[in-house]
Design a protein around this ligand. Structure first.
Ligand SMILES: *Cc1c(COP(=O)(O)O)cnc(C)c1O
Length: 217
């Protein structure tokens, strides 16, 4: 579809939701995409990307960042504790903080390094067995524990179940964020980012609609 169309749709969604123009950030999810496609979007001036694997991002982003200064890369996929240090060195934000073990590892490394990426707590709004994230009932206490560790939690993130209307999940995430005084809402993907904006998304994560289908072959 291309960057200009997606950006235009995003601006229209902001306007119809009564949101300020440019208030929603477009994270271009570049996982698995060939470098030419990523580079084309960089050439058009976009500077915010998302990846779901540490290794893949390490292979791809240091070189791009050198050539396109000011580029931010966010981790949106699950993070194994043993890759925490590498992830913190590479990413500007981590959207998948989903357990205390990881929170403790991040806090320890942040102390050592004197720096920490912005953090989003991933909430398993659909309470799906196979999905990562804190269940809604435990979200308030998890956020409180993270704050006690001085972690820079800036928002919440969710991936709604594929077979349910996303709106219920978006509104639940917005409610949980609001009652915890969190501004950031990372929600909405290719098929539903406009709807996410109407529920208050601050960061939408768009991959295939922007770059084309991912080829896992
Ligand atoms: C892959 C991925 C996306 C982008 O999905 P599309 O449907 O291609 O827009 C968004 N968020 C996360 C966490 C992802 O892993």
């Amino acid at each position: 579809m291309g960057l200009s169309e997606i950006t235009e749709r995003l601006r229209r969604a902001e306007a119809s939701a009564g949101r300020a123009e440019g208030s929603v950030k477009l994270i271009a999810i570049s996982k698995v995409q060939p470098n030419e496609r990523v580079e084309a979007v960089l050439e058009q001036g976009h500077r915010l990307f998302g990846e779901n694997k540490v290794q893949e991002a390490e292979d791809k982003w240091p070189a791009f960042r050198e050539r396109y200064p000011g580029t931010e890369v966010h981790l949106v996929g699950p993070l194994q504790s043993n890759k925490t240090r590498r992830a913190m060195a590479l990413f500007d934000a981590i959207h998948s903080l989903d357990r205390m073990k990881l929170a403790n590892a991040i806090a320890r490394i942040a102390q050592e390094e004197g720096a920490c990426p912005d953090l989003f707590v991933q909430v398993n709004t659909g309470e799906e067995e196979q999905k990562a994230g804190i269940v809604p009932d435990e979200t308030d206490s998890f956020i409180a524990e993270c704050r006690a560790l001085d972690l820079p939690v800036v928002g919440l993130m969710c991936i709604p179940p594929v077979d349910e209307a996303p709106s219920l999940h978006f509104s639940l995430l917005a409610k949980l964020a609001e009652r915890n005084g969190l501004e950031g809402l990372s929600m909405g993907m290719s098929d539903d980012f406009e709807e996410a904006v109407s529920f208050g998304a601050t960061h939408v994560r768009v991959g295939s609609a922007l770059f084309g289908a991912r080829d896992y072959g």
